[in-house]
Design a protein around this ligand. Structure first.
Ligand code: G3I
Length: 477
């Protein structure tokens, strides 16, 4: 798992009675139980960093593992707001003293140890690599001729729980859903996804604490002073992170902050926070989040960073500088929305590796590979084979980089995917056909994982993989 290697085996405090298979949405008001740990987070960080050599660390890497540097990750200095009486009322989850926080959505009876069938992606992945998908809901689903998949479709939920060891809210944790009116938080759907993950022993990637998109109108169109905006942002970050302290393992703290121009300049007109408060606000957002959950890994996340390009360079420079300043940044997420209409850089792994060399985690956070589709919503056989190869290349890169700790696919069924909605005429981007039959893209991921973990003969001989062997053979992959 991402961060708390012993989280699932903790003798959990009973904190929330009655969690259902879907998870109980209405747990508002439940008090997070703080569980003391004999190993502090910072001791854990240092210990994990020691085994980085040749092995993925499941814990937060020690940025300061490089000799001579202070321990940035664990000990951010007291931020301005915290001087005096510390955190304001209403948050409650944070503490400057690191330690493990029990997730308030842990089911009665204790944390669930995730267990996956051998014939599933999570079942054949290395223990320190989470394979994820999204809890599809919000977004264009609200206008589609079917209800939001996550809350409405038990078959869908069963599939996600059986196949994956991590889940990300597709839309329910974005600002427009969580704070639809100023100061009024709505966690109903977001809580349900978190409870679902806890009940099924899955990890969670939290998406996203700050972004230029999917913000509520009251925020984008409001007339706020700098001080008011800063307060609004801090309240949101602290409220959301503290609610899910101990539950959400990784946060996309700042999403898509650079643009697609040649210089990959910072998004200082669209992104309200950067425009109004300056890029310095990024340090504060990471610091607030870290204070509310010192065990969560804090990430940047962006698209078009699928190789050694200008945008990825900007992240590399920014993160390097922040680490020097002691900002608690722990990861770089490459969304990896690929299209068969465009080329694919062969420096994907090299790009991840340079962040790994900084001592931070990497993750493939939103992968899908789309292409032009026919009347059956399928790519050509050539593009399907090419898409499968790209999925495999990216997974292999993640497997070969020591601190790449999750691989998340952005969508389960094509009918629910954002792709056809955003790019009419394109699709076929996910791993399953409409009836959950496996595509070659699924099977090549299974093969890549099995061969990596157990060698080629396991893939060729084990009866568990017969179905996928046949699918790949038929597809000529
Ligand atoms: O808000 C409007 C609403 O007013 C209008 O009635 C409705 C009509 O369809 O549209 C609403 O906007 C939709 C929005 O979700 C709602 O939150 C958009 O049409 C819809 O396209 C949008 O889609 C989401 C998209 O993010 C928005 O950027 C997708 O469901 C979601 O999968 C996608 O996810 C993003 C990640 O968060 C970040 N990385 C890229 C990824 C794919 O775009």
């Amino acid at each position: 798992m991402f961060t708390r290697s012993n989280r699932r085996t903790l003798a959990a405090a009973v904190v929330c009675a009655g969690a259902l298979a879907l998870g109980t949405p209405a747990m508002a008001g439940a008090v997070p139980a703080h569980q003391a740990s004999s190993q502090t987070a910072d001791e854990g960080i240092a210990a994990k960093a020691a085994d980085k050599q040749g092995q993925k660390s499941q814990g937060r890497p020690d940025h300061a593992g490089q000799p001579g540097k202070p321990d940035h990750a664990g000990q951010p200095g007291p931020p301005d707001h915290a001087k005096g009486n510390g955190k304001g009322p209403g948050h409650g989850g944070g503490t400057d003293a690191p330690g493990q926080t029990q997730c308030q959505f842990t089911p009665e009876g204790g944390a669930v140890e995730g267990a996956w069938e051998r014939d599933s992606l999570a079942g054949v992945a290395p223990e320190d690599l989470r394979i994820g998908n999204i809890a599809a809901g919000g977004g264009h689903h609200s206008d589609a001729d079917y209800p939001d998949p996550f809350p409405s479709d038990p078959e869908y939920r069963d599939h996600v729980a059986q196949e994956y060891s991590s889940v990300t809210h597709e839309n329910y944790l974005k600002w427009e859903f969580v704070q639809p009116e100023q100061g009024v938080y709505d966690f109903e759907q977001a809580d349900a996804v978190v409870a679902f993950a806890e009940v099924n022993g899955m990890d969670l990637r939290g998406h996203a604490l700050s972004w230029h998109s999917q913000n509520p109108d009251w925020l984008e169109e409001g007339d706020f002073s700098e001080a008011e905006l800063r307060e609004i942002l801090e309240d949101h970050v602290r409220t959301v992170v503290s609610r899910y302290a101990g539950c959400i393992d990784q946060w996309d703290v700042a999403n898509e902050i650079f643009q697609d121009d040649e210089a990959a300049s910072i998004r200082d007109s669209e992104n309200i926070w950067i425009r109004e408060l300056g890029p310095e606000i990024l340090d504060d957002i990471f610091t607030w989040a870290h204070e509310e959950d010192p065990d969560a890994l804090l990430f940047y996340n962006d698209y078009n960073v699928d190789g050694l390009n200008a945008k990825a360079d900007r992240y590399y420079d920014l993160i390097s500088e922040q680490l020097e300043r002691g900002v608690p940044v722990h990861g770089f997420g490459a969304q990896t929305h690929l299209s068969m209409q465009y080329g694919f850089d062969d420096s994907y792994q090299e790009n991840l590796q340079r962040f790994d060399d900084l001592g931070i985690h990497t993750a493939v956070t939103e992968i899908d590979v789309r292409g032009e589709v026919d009347e059956n919503d399928m790519m050509s056989p050539e593009d399907r084979a090419g898409a499968a190869e790209r999925y495999a290349t990216v997974l292999q890169a993640c497997l070969d980089v020591s601190l790449c700790n999750s691989f998340t696919i952005w969508g389960t069924l094509d009918a629910q995917s954002w792709v056809p909605n955003t790019f009419p005429g394109e699709g076929d981007a996910t791993l399953h056909e409409g009836d959950y039959e496996r595509k070659p893209t699924y099977c090549i991921l299974q093969r890549t994982l099995v061969e990596h973990e157990e060698g080629a003969s396991a893939w060729e001989d084990d009866a568990s993989f017969e179905e996928c062997r046949g699918i790949l053979e038929e597809a000529g992959v």
